[in-house]
Design a protein around this ligand. Sequence first.
Ligand SMILES: [Zn+2]
Length: 549
Amino acid sequence: MAVQSLYRRYRPQRFSELKGQEHVVRALKNAVINSREGHAYLFSGPRGTGKTTTARILAKVLNCEKPIEGEPCCECGSCLAVQQGNSFDVIELDAASNNSVDDIRDIIAAASLGSPGRHKVYILDEVHMLSKNASAALLKTLEEPPSHVVFVLATTDPEKVAETIRSRTQHLQFHLLPIDELEAHVRWVVADAGIEISDEAIYAVLRQGAGSARDTLSALELSAATGGVLDEVTPVDEFVEAFIQFDAGRLLAAVANTVNFGRDPRTIVNDLVRHLRDCFLTQMAPQLVQLPESRMAVLTTQATHLGTPRIVKIIEGLGLSMNDMRNAPDSRVVLEVALVRLVHRELQTGVESLLARIERLEKELESRPTFAPAPVNPVTGKAVLGGRAAQDPSAPLVRPVVAPTPVVDTAPVVSGVGSAEQVAATWSTAVIGQLKGMSRAIAQMAKPIDRDGTLVLLVDNDPSAKRVSDNLPQMLGVIHQAAGGVCSVIVETRLAEARSAPIVRPDLIAEEDFIDPDEVKALPTISKASLKNELTDAFPGSELLSEEE
Ligand SMILES: [Zn+2]
């Protein structure tokens, strides 16, 4: 005996067994109970949502010998014949393979003949595939249908069905199933069929079914047959991880694996777009996401890491690649180029990518602790005992020192004692002008002064001080040359000027990774006391009359 597929075995036999299409069921049952069934129905909706199953139930109840409140009895000869697929009253045709005008003429000729039951029901699947002439012939029949004939036209694409045909039918729309309903159904089938399967595998099954009852049960069957191991056909999580890491290599490997698995590049794009749309919805309208809770949590995390602007950008990029694939001889190459473009920073230009980076940095900032650095004793350079609680708002704002130790070049290109004063005077030409790339940008952060023969590089804040200190080894050669010999260099933080320091210096934007989260964070908090001081400084002789919180 051949093993019956789960989908066939659990195919609904009555209207009440249909899942998630209550509006359709109500309309059809009422029509049957009141004997007001139409001559032509158009059932539209995604694949696997029960269109032909519903058509068969309708055919069954219309010919049933003992219908019960609009439902077929499923016991009489007619019902059993329909269930076994050998009823003379029900004719099923796939318009995709019977789309010629002759096929339709045959149907029309047969339609006028009598049949054993009260109704002859024609189920015409994928009706949008009919040729123009065949559509015209069908239209003729629909205009003057024999009284005992009911046409059920099913389609996944109602827009492609001729308007003249659509307007002569009752159009009923089928929807994808809500995930909780589908999950309940799967769990019921699992229990009823005695299938051993883990929760994880059930979620994988639901993910693959994507709201289609038929696809879900097919996936369940496959999963059960392979002992719960269900290969995700498109490993969307792997793709998203690679996007998060900006890892082009990982993306290309994922494409290679998926294509080797027999997946078409267009389908990969579809799967990714659908997944990313769900990610996007977790941020914008979580109630619209049709996923089990545990899966929802995964997507929310992914969406947080990617950020909404980037998700939108990736969806747009994939959409464009879909267009390009139409005309390309090798759609895989188009997909690969699109993916690399989406993660390669240098290939991203314009304000959008800059904004995306700022957004990403802001995210990083939010996830860092926000407390201010502990106050430092200006004399010892060590943290003040008592920490932040003892912070004195009137404490001097000039604070040494991130790198107080004089840095001496171990391999000077010049000998003798150099002049710090000379370096400070010629900093922009003799030092900045001689440096390149990152070192040049970093040198621009510092304001050089000569303090008793030591070159002091003043910077706005601690993170800048760290960057300058870290880069000193690359700068020392040029500094010593400018000094005409070896000189000591120290880096100092100067908080007073930081208050007016810009966060983003347009002259440095060309530098990759210029925006350092530390720098953004280091904007000092202006205390009320110091703000008051500034106001009175700015308006000499003025007095603060009142202040509001
Ligand atoms: Zn019956």
